[in-house]
Design a protein around this ligand. Structure first.
Ligand SMILES: [Zn+2]
Length: 338
């Protein structure tokens, strides 16, 4: 009995958000390329990344998954104002925990994308399993979810991967990573005919500045060739303090993100982390991704940011996920654009 409880709590903790500390883990043994039967444009075998988080972070049944996401979107639609079609959405920030915890908050950002067309979606998030120095761009042919296959914009992915010595095309950090994969079922429900470029980011400020600079140059150059581009930043918020402390930290870090001043975000993170908040492991597990996300939004003309929704894991009222130790989630929209 005790063993069952311990195992259940272990799984729960993983799904609330794989621990910030696990960022330093070494390579996962499961690194095989997942090849499909089809050929890609270059005449080679299609390299398709199979889902790693299905059945853990979200249902593996296509029917159950689409029903769940539809429900989240329907609830969020009732609360969200409809943006004027003239308002250009440059970027969203979305959480990446198990859908029962953070799906409702994520939906507040995704519902704003309904009826909009983007040719390419750039997914930027933190690696939780394999250390990355700078950025790793997935340059295989597609990401698969239970809802179908999403093509990678391989031209753009390779271009980004070769734009700086701090950006590589190492696919290993992507194989087990959930932070980008869990965004896809939402995208698949609100948009059609889009491709993606999955990017995992980690580094110190100098590294992040170089990565952001190189990537922004590419995005500015390709704006004409690749049509409309949307950026999605994947991060969860405060890890493991009690709810009342998480609520306070999360509001402050999201407000700092919404200033669209990347240096201010790092400053606020440092200041919050220096307070000695009990059990606070980080303000954002995707702080590096969020920092680069602001720098890219700046380069792409993003001028305003809005917090659409915020919650913590205990708000989902899942048995075993109490208020004494929580993870925070936020949904943010950045508009503007040039
Ligand atoms: Zn995380």
């Amino acid at each position: 009995m005790n063993r069952i409880i311990i195992v259940s709590i272990g799984i729960l903790a993983a799904v609330i958000c794989i621990s910030y500390c696990s960022r330093t883990k070494t390579l996962s043994p499961n690194l095989e390329k997942q090849s499909g039967a089809n050929e890609n444009d270059a005449g080679g075998t299609m390299v398709v990344r199979k889902p790693a988080a299905a059945g853990r972070f979200y249902p593996s049944s296509p029917e159950r998954l689409s029903e769940l996401v539809k429900g989240f979107l329907s609830d969020a639609r009732k609360e969200m104002p409809v943006l004027s079609p003239d308002t250009k959405i440059v970027e969203i920030l979305s959480p990446h925990a198990g859908f029962i915890f953070s799906g409702a908050t994520a939906a507040h950002a995704y519902v704003e994308l309904e009826g909009r067309d983007y040719d390419t979606v750039i997914l930027i998030g933190p690696p939780h399993h394999v250390r990355v120095h700078g950025a790793s761009v997935y340059c295989g042919d597609a990401f698969e979810t239970p809802l179908g296959s999403v093509p990678v914009n391989t031209d753009l992915a390779r271009r980004i991967a070769s734009s700086s010595h701090l950006i590589n095309d190492d696919e290993r950090p992507h194989i087990q990573e959930h932070s980008l994969e869990v965004q896809l079922p939402f995208l698949q429900m609100v948009m059609k005919d889009f491709s993606i470029v999955p990017i995992l980011i980690m580094g110190n400020k100098d590294v992040l500045d170089s990565v952001a600079h190189a990537m922004s140059d590419v995005f500015r150059e390709i704006r004409e060739q690749h049509g409309s581009v949307l950026f999605i930043i994947s991060t969860d918020l405060a890890h493991f303090p009690e709810k009342k402390d998480a609520d306070k930290c999360d509001v402050e870090i999201l407000q700092a993100f919404c200033t669209l001043d990347a240096d201010l975000l790092l400053k606020k993170d440092k200041e919050i982390m220096s307070r000695g908040v009990p059990n606070l492991a980080c303000t954002m597990c995707g702080l590096d991704a969020a920092y680069v996300g602001i720098r890219i939004a700046n380069a792409m003309g993003g001028t305003e940011a809005f917090i659409l929704d915020r919650s913590v894991s205990s708000d989902a009222h899942v048995p075993g996920a109490g208020t004494e130790s929580v993870v925070g989630y936020g949904a943010v929209l950045i508009t503007g654009g040039n």
